[in-house]
Design a protein around this ligand. Structure first.
Ligand SMILES: C[S@@+](CC[C@H](N)C(=O)[O-])C[C@H]1O[C@@H](n2cnc3c(N)ncnc32)[C@H](O)[C@@H]1O
Length: 275
């Protein structure tokens, strides 16, 4: 089971305030047209694809795992400012309902859906994923793109997602994980980077039992650290300091690249059993 790291202390309230604070400005100025708040995915290390294209590539890879199409209803758990949800709806024809703990993000996300001409099929609402506001079995699929690391209890949010899925429905998520034991000398870097808005770190082997306890079948787990983190961090580190948080946090994001060997990035696919 996930090991508790008491120094990483996110709560939905804290996370909501954090994202409210930079809802509109960070999305457009850092992540560009993709209006996404997640790392990019580069298929090979020589790729020179810009960050926004790589961010969309990760959304597309995850969306493909869901096997959705017109008529499907997708739950976007931790929808950010709406870029991934709008993209999924546009490319697959599915209907998307997104939730975020941040009210400010929801306002930006709904205007994005409106300006994309997709407001009929894409709706975002403020909600806490730990207490999902939907009737059981409302969705054909769910995506949680980089939102799970914020959740104070993975077992609880996975149970909530499972209940909201119809039997046979798929879930795809990304999460940060402890790839290798964190040496004592690096623990302060991890604490400085993640404290207050990240939950515990899981290990890859924690996922099958976590999913099983939540009622889901484990299907696939991929370590995509190398395809995502080195280029994302070198792009994000200066941007996070100047655009998202302002100069008052100078130094807060130093050393992101140092912890890649120990703190990696996972993609997980699961399914609610048919019976
Ligand atoms: C790193 S952002 C990712 C946003 C979006 N999935 C994307 O890829 O652009 C994390 C998102 O998770 C949301 N989140 C974190 N904790 C949440 C909770 N308890 N309930 C709902 N949303 C939450 C945040 O508000 C934010 O939208």
């Amino acid at each position: 089971m996930p090991r508790k790291k008491t120094n990483l202390m996110s709560t939905p309230d804290k996370v909501g305030r954090l994202y409210d604070g930079f809802a509109a400005r960070c999305a457009a100025s850092i992540f560009g047209d993709s209006m996404s708040l997640h790392v990019g995915y580069w298929d090979n290390p020589d790729s020179e694809a810009p960050f926004s294209e790589a961010a969309d590539r990760l959304t597309d890879l995850m969306s493909e795992k869901l096997q959705i199409g017109p008529g499907s209803h997708v739950l976007d758990v931790g929808c950010g400012v709406g870029g991934p949800g709008v993209r999924i709806a546009r490319l697959t024809g599915a209907r998307v309902t997104g939730i975020s703990i941040s009210q400010e993000q929801i306002a930006v996300a709904n205007s994005l859906a409106e300006s994309a001409g997709l407001a009929e099929r894409v709706v975002f609402q403020q909600a806490n994923a730990m207490e999902m506001p939907f009737p059981a079995e409302s969705f054909d699929a769910a995506i949680a793109l980089e939102s799970i690391p914020h959740m104070p209890d993975r077992g609880q949010v996975l149970t909530q997602i499972c209940q909201s899925l119809r039997p046979g429905g798929r879930l795809v998520l990304t999460d940060s994980f402890e790839r290798a034991p964190i040496p004592a000398a690096k623990q302060p870097v991890v604490d400085r980077l993640f404290n207050n808005f990240m939950s515990t770190l899981v290990r890859a082997e924690d996922y099958p039992p976590l999913l099983r306890h939540a009622g889901l079948w484990f299907e696939e787990i991929l370590d995509i650290s190398e395809q995502t983190l080195p280029k994302s961090y070198s792009w994000l580190q200066p941007e996070l300091e100047t655009t998202m948080f302002g100069d008052d946090v100078t130094g807060r994001f130093d050393g992101m690249d140092l912890i890649i060997p120990e703190v990696g990035y996972l993609m997980v696919l699961a399914k609610r059993p048919k019976s």
